[in-house]
Design a protein around this ligand. Sequence first.
Ligand SMILES: [Zn+2]
Ligand SMILES: [Zn+2]
Length: 260
Amino acid sequence: MSGTARVIVLGCGTSTGVPAIGCLEPTCLSDDPRNKRLRASILIENEDANLLVDSGPDLRQQALTHNIRRVDAVVYTHHHADHTHGIDDLRVFNFIMKKTIPCYAYPDTAKVLRRNFRYIFGEEEKYTGFRPQLTLADVDGTPFEAAGMCIRPFPLEHGGSLVMGIRVGDFAYATDCSGISPESMEILNGVRVLILDALRHREHPSHFTVEQALEVVDILKPEKTYFTHTNYELEYHETNRSLPEGVEMAYDGLEIEIAL
Ligand SMILES: [Zn+2]
Ligand SMILES: [Zn+2]
């Protein structure tokens, strides 16, 4: 496949979002739009099809902000609430597009999605409202096609969970990770633009710190790296000043051109 696509960062905040409810830290009290981060998600706009990565609790707001009128496929990185709990809002795209939306996830993630959202995925369930019309396909390590693009999945460690990273052309998205296996690093090799988890400076059992993320950057040396899933400890401007060339904080609304 060839051509270009556009990545839009719909949200780059940690699970609480930034500001977090009730938080009195300076970043949460900041008026700067760069310090307002919705829950982590991206949209990849191909020529005439859109791929959504995760449907977090802020999906409605993200879709309204960016005037998203179509979602042709959804990739679920993992089952955590901050990546899935906006799933019901996918039904508006069924209304608009009048078709079922294919979703893709690792088997462990798909199992939890089928259990947590039985009213969507459970065939026997009686449900009177209009539920999202979604299909859910189990993904293994094999590249698959979604929204007209070749998606190369690779596993990421996320505490005890497995998260799907994706490589699309010269771009890769690796949210929610605390470790990357040599096999996954191999798939990431040669990536030009990388969006990578970097929660904060202090260690965390299921997320990279800024320092750990920089170690990954140092090995892969992408032309450009953007940190995502960041919390209040990482004020946008102050953190950017401390980062090496080619590495910066993502922000909600960031757009990146990629080559497929
Ligand atoms: Zn998360
Ligand atoms: Zn997570």
